[in-house]
Ligand binder design. Sequence first.
Ligand code: 5CA
Length: 442
Amino acid sequence: MRLSDYFLPTLKENPAEAQIVSHRLMLRAGMVRQSAAGIYSWLPLGLRVLEKIGAIVRQEQNRAGAIEVLMPTLQPAELWRESGRYDDYGKEMLRITDRHDRDLLYGPTNEELITQIFRDNVRSYKELPRNLYHVQWKFRDEIRPRFGVMRGREFLMKDAYSFDIDEASARQAYQKMFVAYLRTFKRMGLQAIPVAADTGPIGGDLSHEFIILAETGESEVFCHEDVLNQPVPEADYSRDLTPVIDAYTQYYARSDEFHDGAIFEEQVPEAKRVTARGIEVGHIFYFGEKYSAPMKALVTGPDGKDVPVHMGSYGIGVSRLVGGIIEACHDDDGIVWPWGVAPFHVGLINLKPGDAATDALCDKLYNGLSQNGLDVLYDDRDERAGAKFSNMDLIGLPWQAVVGPRGAAAGEVEIKNRATGEKITLSLEDSLQKLSQAPIQK
Ligand code: 5CA
């Protein structure tokens, strides 16, 4: 993509309304613009990141056997009256009346709707287990939307829903999502800690939050240091996952709402106690028959009797992750994207557009990289070099490639690793090879 043809409204100054670094950088890097409190438009650069995150989430969900669907944002109130949550949800739910005076709501989550789809279409235990997910916008009328996309009112969530014949099978579905989550966050360059959590309005008795460490996080985490050193599991879902999960859950790890100081001190030696702030990027729940019983989502078991299906739900904050990744990956000059979610892999800077040799070398590099399957943002604008450099640092692409008239005469490109700041000069051929690999990160 040529920057002269792109839409990247970057800002030099820090916007006054942004309190935390990710919000400031998302506004400055031209990724989002606020339309109303907690509601954002995604501009091209932000949208690319959102889509890259969505692609990783989908790939890991699919590997774990979940199947993608797409449910609407608007839901009939009737369904929520069946589960009993219509009144419980209170002011956080945005309620809408259509022209026929029918009550609708903008979905804050989808347990009811997916339960309806399931009960209308599945009759027998033979069709189980199933896990259906979608990636869709949600609305929660948060009392205090803040920190940009991290606590929005409208936000993008991946939510998956598992259906099993009994509790033992449902626990296996939960384990699969647990593993898929560890893998998903790792691929985004994040270390996520699974912590035992409160179930809140979703309900149930088994729940984990996945928290990434960041000083500005809204959650507080208390855990044993060894939880942080567990290996990320392979995507092999045919084996018994209990030992994999136990490796994590054998240690104390809880978020503030669920923390118990006495148990923490009893179970964790002083030298191993970690207390930190973090961002909740995912939350998984097992809640058995909480929705299937009142909503009559029954299946016929092997003995011919009808039983309510056992369910779990599994959320990932896709739009929150964009802010969360920036909180974890930035420096004084701007964002430092991990390779897996970078909006472009390479930022190519032409120091003298209009100079025939410089233009020709840039074109060769641009075409070669694109042919290698890389996403390149080519700054071909007629701008000061300093402005181009600081803009490229701000938007944080993993590699920068700089070509000026002197380099062009020698057939050379200067490569900079955004994370380490390390610079090297290479021939066109060597730079094509180098830039096609993920750079070493700090
Ligand atoms: N039905 C369950 C799981 S599908 C559910 O709704 N869980 S949740 O309430 O914990 O939300 C799932 C994830 O969405 C959270 O872990 C968080 O990452 C994200 N999320 C929740 N509220 C917001 C918000 N206001 N802004 C941005 N992301 C949010």
